[in-house]
Design a protein around this ligand. Structure first.
Ligand code: BYC
Length: 325
């Protein structure tokens, strides 16, 4: 059905329409669901918003794992709130994607059968409590770097969803940094755990921004359509520049011997992540891919009776209404 929708829409993309659409984008206008849009624009948004929504939902798993083992009641309440926020972000984003003519069920099926991706970062395990600090600090920190510009993205429903998401991500980043401050300023074992978490999450966090610009297949078109506001490398550099002083404040060492301030460029020089590892992870071969998808499949199967009950109720209500008319 999705494929049919795509094919029939593609025939409407005349050069005049495409030029008029691009002029609207260039003038900074926002596109709304009922406006005409090129099929490529619609497909790109469904791919990006859907991947983003799936990331929020799958992203609950590595942290949910630690809710029952948080060291204090306050830490537990904060982590619980953060994980619930992520469910909310997933829902706003699925709703934004639905305005493009795809249903949440279709998006979920595409995730479960491997036709859609979610962020590479959630295929790494969270081994210690310090990982909750590193995830909040680095993963949410990277997410904010990417998502703040998306508040100005050209598609209205996506841009508006981002406004609230960014406010909440900012709280998430701070709660992660707060955990890192406690661990880095704690006992020698706690400092060791904090450093170990940074060592394991640094390069995967850099991978979150996507492949280097020369290997990014979608950036040029997505930026012309203002679906993406910055290139992958621009955002990665900004993240490194902002995060290095934070690590220094914590007294932790970024696991990159070549990291150095480049006075001429006004940026840090740093080692690129291992891109072969990144491509393996997004191909499904990371340390936790199987666990993550299995957990989502189980949740989908376990929820079948709820979806069936809702459909049966809707059908009965509609039949009653028809009979009364
Ligand atoms: N993981 O041409 P490119 C969060 C794929 S944070 C997996 O540069 P694009 C959260 C890409 O899809 C994370 N796949 O692509 C945080 C493409 O493959 P397909 C979610 C990746 O789309 C804390 C191929 O590589 N944020 O949710 O122009 C707690 C070529 O890449 C990744 C967003 O999704 C990756 N890291 O740029 C809880 C933000 N990177 O689709 C939750 C919105 C690339 O052709 N998304 N790929 O098969 C974006 O800004 C862009 O989609 C990306 C990639 C920068 C991620």
């Amino acid at each position: 059905m999705y494929a049919q929708m795509v094919t029939s829409e593609a025939t409407k993309d005349s050069p005049e329409k495409l030029a008029a659409f691009q002029a609207r984008i260039d003038a900074g206008e926002q596109i709304e669901p009922k406006d005409w849009m090129p099929e490529g624009y619609r497909k790109t948004l469904i791919r990006q918003i859907g991947q983003h929504a799936h990331s929020e939902i799958v992203g609950q798993l590595p942290e949910g794992n630690w809710i029952t083992r948080a060291p204090t009641l306050e830490r537990k309440a904060n982590l619980l709130a953060k994980v619930q926020d992520e469910a909310g972000h997933g829902l706003y984003l699925y709703c934004a994607a639905e305005t493009l003519g795809v249903t949440r069920d279709e998006l979920t099926r595409m995730l479960l059968d491997g036709r859609m991706k979610y962020s590479s970062i959630f295929n790494y395990p969270t081994l210690t409590w310090a990982d909750m600090g590193a995830v909040g600090w680095l993963v949410d920190g990277a997410a904010i770097m990417n998502q703040v510009p998306l508040q100005r993205t050209s598609y209205g429903p996506y841009a508006r969803a981002m406004v609230r998401i960014c406010k909440e991500e900012s709280f998430h980043q701070r709660q992660g940094f707060h955990i890192m401050m406690a661990m880095a300023g704690g006992s020698s074992d706690q400092r060791r755990m904090a450093q170990d978490a940074l060592n394991r999450f640094w390069f995967p966090a850099l991978m979150m921004f996507g492949p280097s610009d020369k290997d990014s297949v979608h950036s040029a078109q997505s930026m012309a359509w203002k679906i993406k506001m910055n290139t992958n490398d621009e955002l990665r550099q900004k993240f490194v520049d902002e995060t290095v002083p934070q690590a220094e404040y914590l007294g932790l060492t970024i696991p990159d011997p070549d990291l150095a301030w480049n006075e001429e460029e006004g940026h840090y020089s740093f080692t690129e992540p291992d891109w072969s590892e990144f491509f393996e992870v997004i191909a499904g071969n990371g340390p936790c891919n199987v666990d993550r998808i299995t957990a989502r499949r189980t949740a989908w199967d376990d929820g079948a009776w709820v979806r069936d009950a809702l459909m049966a109720h809707a059908e009965k209500s509609a039949a009653r209404k028809m009979a009364a008319e």
